[in-house]
Design a protein around this ligand. Structure first.
Ligand code: AQP
Length: 332
């Protein structure tokens, strides 16, 4: 069976972008693939984290995976730092990754911004760790949002470089799976910026923890333009906020953008926003309730993570041992 690897950083509350770009697709794929869903805490510390918060958000992300419909009895759910192969393989791969490849990564440029000289080396090396995450399990498919496409391409290039140097076809080349109509959900405050956990404005995103009232308020306050909704998809060309909200509606109803635009053609934003808020509450409400129920029993979540780490390590250990042998490390 083909194998999926994907993950999310425990850097805060998961939001609608993480759900539509990643977790919802994982739920739909889990019966057709062998799945490994990680909480990538090693990635989280590429920017400063409060240790107590990190522990809390790690459990929260695990609970959200399960509440959204990931079955921990079939899929492997674990936190990255519990399987040492991630860090080991990351180092080995960093030794064959040219700096020029990393210099092209737009996420580093966005996240480092003006602080390029003072951010940690980990933020720069993040895509190599991501390649290691995937290749450690010889994963064949990686369901992610559009923003991770460039990192996935780098992971393929690193796999090719390793295979060329140490043995043809050792690592399969992972295929990105960028699925659905909302592969890049944008901020509610600025339709040209990605919805993100680290945006300072909570009004920029719908968190999977938001209650009905908050979702309704955030959608009502979402930035829009003065015109009514367009008659055709072409009419969304220079209207990023309208495109984003209609895209979210389309994704939440599993409709195409074209069908959704036709449905709301000529409608004013206030009426559309009311429908969108009701829909978002209907879809996200049960996930928030189940997540709260799971978090009331943190020991159960820890047991799931521990069991997941054992299963992940059972796949990773022979692969990392084989990599070390290929590289020429003696294991007396
Ligand atoms: N806005 C988005 N639209 C669609 N997909 C998204 N993803 C993230 N944001 C969107 C997808 O969610 C998965 C996990 O991402 P992540 O949280 O590990 O890292 P990120 O992409 O850096 O997400 P954030 O919210 O922007 O986190 P911070 O602010 O901590 O950096 C990935 O599959 C991603 O594509």
């Amino acid at each position: 069976m083909d194998r999926i690897f994907s993950g999310i950083q425990p850097t805060g509350n998961l939001h609608l972008g993480n759900y539509l770009g990643a977790v919802r697709n994982w739920v739909r794929l889990q019966n057709d693939y062998e799945c490994i869903f990680c909480i990538v805490d090693l990635h989280a510390i590429t920017v400063p984290q409060d240790p107590a918060e990190l522990r809390r958000t790690t459990r929260e992300v695990a609970a959200t995976y399960i509440a959204a419909g990931i079955n921990p009895n079939s899929a492997v759910i674990f936190n990255q730092s519990t399987v040492s192969g991630h860090a080991e393989l990351s180092w080995l791969l960093s030794c064959i990754t040219p700096l020029g490849w990393l210099n092209r990564m737009t996420q580093f440029k966005d996240k480092a911004g003006k602080n390029r000289e003072s951010v940690g080396l980990g933020l720069y090396a993040y895509p190599v760790l991501m390649a290691a995450d995937i290749l450690l399990y010889k994963a064949t498919h990686v369901p992610v949002g559009e923003d991770q496409k460039q990192h996935l391409e780098l992971a393929r290039d690193i796999a090719i470089a390793f295979n060329r140097q140490f043995g043809e076809d050792f690592f399969p080349l992972p295929e990105p799976q960028i699925l659905g109509t909302a592969t890049r959900v944008m901020s509610l405050r600025d339709g040209t910026k990605k919805m993100s956990k680290s945006d300072i404005s909570d009004y920029s995103r719908i968190n999977l923890t938001d209650d009905a009232e908050t979702i309704d308020l955030k959608i009502r306050k979402a930035k829009t333009d003065p015109d009514a909704l367009p008659e055709s998809v072409e009419g969304l060309g220079s209207r990023p906020e309208a495109a984003n909200l209609l895209g979210i509606y389309a994704a939440l109803t599993d409709a195409s953008l074209g069908e959704t635009v036709s449905r709301f053609a000529g409608v004013d934003f206030s009426r559309f926003k009311k429908d969108l808020a009701e829909l978002a509450v209907t879809v996200l409400g049960p996930i928030a309730a189940e997540r709260a129920r799971l978090l009331a029993a943190p020991d159960h979540i820890d047991t799931i993570l521990r069991h997941g780490a054992e299963r992940a390590n059972a796949i990773a250990a022979p692969n990392i041992a084989h990599v070390k042998e290929l590289v020429g490390f003696l294991s007396p």
